[in-house]
Design a protein around this ligand. Structure first.
Ligand SMILES: Cc1cc2nc3c(=O)[nH]c(=O)nc-3n(C[C@H](O)[C@H](O)[C@H](O)COP(=O)(O)OP(=O)(O)OC[C@H]3O[C@@H](n4cnc5c(N)ncnc54)[C@H](O)[C@@H]3O)c2cc1C
Length: 491
């Protein structure tokens, strides 16, 4: 069969796998020879701390992609060309150097990526090379699920309904690679170097391996198989941080070491034909939330740095020394509210935070401490292994009641009630705050309510071993209600 191009280049970005890969599939089908590359983009890397689990995760996942490409191509010279530099400069240079006519990559709708891709497209066009970009990261994106009036959805439930109405095997089917892999080309001699070690990129190893976070396609597969057995229970278990309820696939979805189509397909099948449907239904709903926030970011890019609902940009947040001290206490897990502090210990130690705790911690920062949601959003962006701009922003704005379809502003989580409800025996708290371990299941949620005798029996001195609460919840609640009332536009 005659192919459209004699040579093409696949640019891997957030799709670090070699199966069910839309860009790779299309390139292999339309090019006689296909090269593959990944750019360690200095514009992104320079802003990161020198020990960053995400960089190590990407690095280790690329080693697997490289090995897999060599196996698929059937020769050692097949494999990944790894570049280190500014993508706008090094990618077009490589494409020219290899003499390809087309570059293939997956959509990335984050503002930096859109700008970068526009520049790359221009540089490639100057050299007569085509850039093909397509969907891979979500089931639906951009304008694929719209209201009947042709506008973007801003409320989740009707979006979900429309999503479920539209989805079918066509949207969930995979993009096979293996059967077209003979088109994978040998890298020219000068590009046959292995994926460089982390140190060559200016990074240090992290505790990723000690944490047991499995990387790459094999790691994604391992977590998925483990979770699939628990899928039916997801709806019952997902809210309890001490229970192994969720999938822990966030980082794999973020970097595309799993195919979201394959996961959604399996959950959808289970939903239609499986035993207990509720688990699959709820979990598929989470993947729909992910699509929802992705299309919000695409249609409403002002959400980066601004409230989705502009009237809430008028909220008067706490500033000054005390607010800074409160923010620091939140970051370091020293608020005196055990569930919040245990949650912050979890993110600080592992880069993961359970979804229920993300909601509690975010609500506490915004509605108990009166601190601008953007400060919390930035902290999560730096620390979450699965940080995704669209989901992080969407969920922070949900918690802050500034977003689309957000938690109503007058609904304010009580951190103690949340603790009693979702960590009833204090199991999660004890894991991260061992100094509270000897408090009873009742006192552990609010140590300041324990009597002196109870505190002594638990070997605990408040203010020495564990802080007193930095704010009183009820007082903070009243202040928050006033803050939001003042920012609301007059009726
Ligand atoms: C304040 C706050 C910040 C958040 N920041 C992020 C973020 O940066 N990146 C991120 O992927 N998720 C974020 N979430 C959503 C959610 O907490 C995580 O996706 C989830 O905890 C990841 O764990 P898991 O993979 O075990 O999830 P599971 O419960 O197994 O869910 C499966 C997948 O569905 C998606 N998902 C689940 N819940 C949501 C949600 N509410 N919104 C969007 N997608 C969802 C994720 O891709 C997740 O991996 C945030 C939530 C809150 C409240």
């Amino acid at each position: 069969m005659d192919k459209k191009y004699s040579a093409g280049l696949v640019w891997f970005r957030r799709d670090l796998r070699t199966d069910d890969h839309a860009a790779l599939h299309h390139a292999l089908r339309s090019c006689a020879k296909v090269y593959c590359t990944f750019v360690f983009d200095t514009a992104i890397l320079e802003a990161l701390p020198r020990a960053d689990r995400r960089v190590e995760f990407i690095h280790d996942s690329l080693v697997e992609v490289d090995r897999s490409l060599r196996e698929l191509s059937g020769h050692e010279a097949g494999g990944l060309i790894t570049l280190h530099g500014k993508a706008q400069a090094v990618l077009p240079h490589l494409a020219r150097d290899l003499g390809v006519q087309a570059v293939f990559a997956s959509h990335d709708d984050e503002p930096y990526a859109l700008e970068r891709d526009a520049q790359v497209l221009g540089a490639l066009a100057n050299a007569g090379i085509v850039l093909h970009l397509g969907k891979d990261h979500t089931i639906f994106e951009r304008d694929e699920v719209m209201t009947q009036a042709g506008t973007a959805f801003s409320v989740f439930t009707p979006y979900k309904r429309a999503w479920l109405k539209k989805v079918d095997d066509f949207y969930l089917r995979g993009y096979p690679v293996e059967k077209h892999a003979h088109a994978l080309a040998a890298r020219p001699e000068r590009f046959r170097e292995a994926v460089p070690p982390l140190s060559a990129l200016g990074f240090e190893p992290t505790n990723l391996k000690q944490l047991g976070i499995p990387t790459g396609m094999s790691g994604g597969q391992q977590l998925w198989e483990d979770f699939f057995d628990r899928l039916d229970d997801y709806d019952d278990t997902r809210n309890f941080p001490a229970v192994k309820g969720p999938s822990y696939l966030g980082i794999h979805l973020r970097f595309g070491t799993v195919s979201v189509r394959a996961l959604a397909h399996a959950a959808y099948q289970r939903l239609q034909h499986g035993g207990s449907r509720k688990g699959a239904e709820t979990w598929l709903g989470e993947l729909i939330w992910r699509d929802f926030f992705t299309q919000i970011l695409y249609h409403q890019p002002h959400v980066v740095g601004h409230a989705y609902r502009p009237e809430y940009d008028a909220l008067k947040w706490e500033h000054g020394k005390q607010a800074d001290a409160h923010f620091q206490a939140w970051c370091e897990g020293r608020t005196g509210y055990p569930l919040v502090d245990a949650a912050m210990a979890q993110i600080n130690q592992s880069g993961y935070m359970h979804n229920r705790l993300r909601m509690v911690a975010a609500s506490f920062l915004v509605k108990d401490l009166g601190i601008d949601w953007r400060r919390g959003e930035a902290y999560f962006a730096e620390h979450l292994n699965d940080f995704e701009l669209s989901s992080n922003n969407g969920n922070w704005q949900w918690a802050a009641s500034t977003g689309c379809d957000a938690q109503p502003w007058f609904r304010i989580f009580n951190p103690v009630t949340q603790s009693r409800r979702f960590d009833p025996h204090g199991k999660f708290i004890r894991r991260y705050l061992p100094q509270l371990a000897r408090l009873s299941d009742d006192e552990i949620h609010a140590p300041w309510t324990a009597t002196p005798v109870e505190l002594e029996a638990a070997g605990l001195v408040l203010g020495r071993d564990y802080p007193e609460p930095i704010v009183d919840h009820e007082t903070a609640r009243q202040k928050t209600l006033a803050r939001y009332s003042a920012a609301r536009p007059p009726k």
